[in-house]
Design a protein around this ligand. Structure first.
Ligand code: AMO
Length: 445
């Protein structure tokens, strides 16, 4: 038996300022090795940092030429104050003057298929995705996924602090929650099952237990078209809660949540924001506009007449995004009261507006990032609505039982992590905000 004291030797939080003029030893991956006649710069990828090491050929145990890019090295040297301009490097106020480098491992390929040492990755999207384990190592790619990671964490932090309980619902399900044909079928021991399109039914059931719940997990959509807005697997950030003042509660909490996330991004991702040259918006008000008003505004502004349409065209979302920025000074617009026929059966109608629901989409920079709304909470209302929608109740018995047990007025929303990340990072395709995107043509890596 060995009894070992717990220590923080594998802690990766480094207090650089306290290490000035001290000798340190780090293990990291070689992001870049810029060799010159006097030695050169070794750029090392550590957990959370991309640090600059200065190599003096005369005092180094190894020739800088022999250090492989994407090798793993153990470096010993002294931390010195510095002022580094390269935005990919952080910390930028110190560097390591190296005296010893041990190469622990090297890539087995003589030549890597993509050069990740350049300022820009400069590869097409197919190469980017084909060589993903390598291309993700580029500082700008890393920055996208650090931003995504902070969004994910802060979503959970904010909700936990506001009385929400995290849930993990099944992804193998008996029936789809969102309707439509974009559902993956699978063989479940000889029975038909599906991959979950949304945690919708489960998050509603759990409101009956906890009052406020959230989930951050993959969902699956069999999108048949290759578009820049759709993935076949994405991370859905979901909440569901009891409503005290009606569906405006959802708009209030989502706004506070986004304000929190954006503020945390500014605080925790200043390096990534600077490297990508992006702007994180300030949220200081809520702007809502009704679905029918959007058609009217688009018609008035452009002469394009979508007024009979039961949904917003992507073009309308873009136009209203531009209009909102110019006229209402906001990049976030809540479009409310979508038509009943375009919303899933669980959506509550607005009793004061014929054919319109208590639901919304949140548009950010002209693209939908969220769908939300109040749900039916009375069993008989479900039966009636499902009948009107031509749905049989048998498939949904596991879900519908909760409304026989009593459910409070409630609602929630689903926010697409990749949509939000890609819009914040100025990416032209949502797939670029997915580590290993799944689309109609892609199943690996
Ligand atoms: P909806 O189907 O509108 O609503 O999805 C919610 C949000 O998820 C994102 N999204 C996608 N992102 C990438 N690829 C896709 N194929 C894709 N489809 C949707 C969008 C969208 O706004 N159950 C409801 C939510 C609710 O009412 O609580 C639902 O899933 O950002």
């Amino acid at each position: 038996m060995n009894e070992i004291a717990i220590n923080d030797s594998v802690s990766s939080f480094i207090e650089w300022d306290s290490l000035l003029e001290k000798e340190v030893t780090f293990t990291g991956m070689v992001q870049n090795c810029r060799v010159s006649s006097w030695g050169g710069f070794l750029i090392l990828r550590l957990p959370n940092y991309i640090v600059q090491c200065v190599m003096d050929r005369n005092s180094l145990n190894i020739k800088p030429e022999d250090i492989p890019v994407e090798g793993c090295v153990k470096v010993t040297g002294t931390v010195k104050a510095s002022s580094i301009k390269d935005k990919a490097i952080h910390p930028n106020n110190c560097e390591i003057h190296v005296k010893n480098i041990e190469v622990l491992s090297s890539p087995s390929l003589e030549q890597l298929p993509v050069d990740t040492t350049k300022k820009e990755l400069n590869v097409n999207i197919h190469t980017n995705f084909d060589k993903r384990p390598l291309t993700l190592r580029h500082p700008k790619e890393q920055a996208i996924f650090r931003i995504s990671s902070v969004i994910f964490n802060e979503f959970g932090n904010f909700l936990t602090d506001n009385g929400f309980t995290r849930i993990c619902s099944p992804k193998i399900v008996k029936t789809g929650a969102e309707g439509g044909a974009n559902i993956f079928k699978l063989d479940y021991f000889g029975r038909e099952a599906y991959l979950g399109q949304s945690p919708q039914f489960y998050k509603q059931m759990m409101v009956g237990v906890f009052g406020r719940v959230f989930e951050e997990a993959p969902v699956f959509r069999a999108e048949k078209h290759d578009t820049s807005r759709h993935l076949n697997e994405y991370i859905s950030l979901d909440i569901e809660m009891m409503l005290e003042n009606g569906f405006m509660d959802l708009i209030q909490i989502e706004t506070r949540l986004l304000k929190h996330i954006f503020e945390k991004l500014k605080e925790k991702c200043s390096n990534e924001i600077a490297l990508l040259g992006i702007e994180i918006p300030t949220v200081d008000k809520i702007v809502t506009v009704e679905f029918d008003e959007v058609h009217e505004i688009v018609f008035k502004e452009t002469g394009k007449d979508y007024r009979g349409e039961k949904d917003l065209a992507p073009e309308e979302e873009t136009l209203i995004g531009e209009y909102a920025k110019k006229n209402w000074n906001t990049e976030l617009v809540f479009v409310t009261h979508y038509p009943t026929v375009k919303r899933p059966f669980y959506t509550m109608d607005d009793s004061t507006k014929e054919g319109r629901t208590l639901s919304y989409d949140l548009l950010f920079r002209g693209m939908e990032i969220t769908t939300g709304g109040q749900r039916l909470n009375v069993y008989e209302d479900y039966l009636e609505k499902m009948k009107a929608f031509g749905l049989t109740t048998e498939l949904f018995e596991g879900y519908l039982q909760v409304f026989q047990y009593g459910m409070p007025p409630h609602g929630g929303f689903g926010l697409g992590l990749e949509r939000l990340t890609s819009l914040l990072c100025g990416l032209s395709n949502v797939k670029e905000a997915s580590l290993f995107p799944r689309d109609i043509n892609r199943l690996e890596p």
